[in-house]
Write a protein that binds this ligand. Sequence first.
Ligand code: CTP
Length: 422
Amino acid sequence: MCADRLKVTVGVCGGIAAYKAVELVRLLQDSGLDPHVVMTRAAEEFIRPLTFAAISGHKVITSLWSEDAGVGSDDESGIEHINEAQTTRALIVAPATADTLAKFAHGLADDFLSTMYLATTAPVIVAPAMNVNMWQHPATRANIETLRARGVKVVEPGSGYLACGMVGGGRLADGPAILAAVSEALSVHPSPVAPVSAANDFAGETVLVTAGGTREAIDPVRFIGNRSSGRMGFAVAEAARRRGARVILVCASTTVEPPPGCEIVCALTAEAMRRVVLQRLGEAGIVVMAAAVSDYTVKEAATQKLKRDSARILELEPTADILAEVVTRRRQGTLVIGFAAETEEMLANGRAKLERKGVDAVVVNDVAASDLGFDSDRNAGIFLKRDGAVEIPAMTKAEMAERILDEIGRLRLESPRIGNPA
Ligand code: CTP
């Protein structure tokens, strides 16, 4: 649902005010966001997950361990708390109980919400609600101060009649006040851009890079994958970041550490990658699709591990061509660069791919060369544009990334109005 809306996560804790989170989810939807809900065990004592599922249109996550943690959820492509942490644009905890605030402050991770809190780099907004004495207790005050010092936005509770019969501070802030904090966090959240090098020619650009190789499940333990390590995409992301860009790095399976300073989003399968890329496309002025995306997926992956018996035929179906879809959906001004892994006829096959997909350029790689490309720190290729080609001789992937960015920079100057009308 709402592929073009920003995903946010609402963490609901166990308190009387849990029911008010229903209204908050609605408000978030009305403001154009796509809220997903995570509930603590205690929250389920106050309100049923079904209520949030019906309103949000998404499965509600209630546990690290049950079926909810991955299988059958919206994103079946990995470890669910990490996926949720990496794909959300903001974590909003309302009501936040004294217990959850304490867990956050002390780094405990014994349920989905506290684990996700540690794993996310998205802005975190907490709206506490509790008994007035609990709110004023030095332990809670200290926890709140710790969280504030770490950048957590605290939406102060209001004063009034509390469910415990007392009057005072501790009442959950109003929905609009929480919404205002969310909007502010989303608009000013700095992407973790690292210091910029002398060549600052990509300052002000947002570059979306895909990297790694996708995996298509055959059964719970086996998959169809490829040899991509992610090195080339990571090198492009790192160079773009160093040259001043904000970088959204969409990663499938990789064998090396991603570069620092990029916003990392996991997308293990072709379909997950499609979803993430299309969701984030509107933010990007430059898209570089270096990932090796599977062309086929298993039509019906087995839910149990397949046993060895007689010969078996896997029925495959084609995946969506993400690159081609990006070209048709991009807004005006967005440059789209593909990669073409070829084993023969590099120039002719590369040119055909450029035309077929409608991209502005393709980086053609000879993946048959044993000392270059996959699993190697070195690469070579051709930067193929609509009106010409630039040969890139064998060099390190870091150097090649710089050359690719030089060419993209030139394309930007030559054709500033590339793309679809807004
Ligand atoms: N790509 C994509 N979606 C797919 C397959 C590929 O977006 N389902 C992208 C890759 O990220 C790459 C480009 O398309 O940027 C070319 O990938 P490649 O595997 O070389 O080409 P294919 O389109 O798969 O064509 P073929 O396998 O027939 O050569």
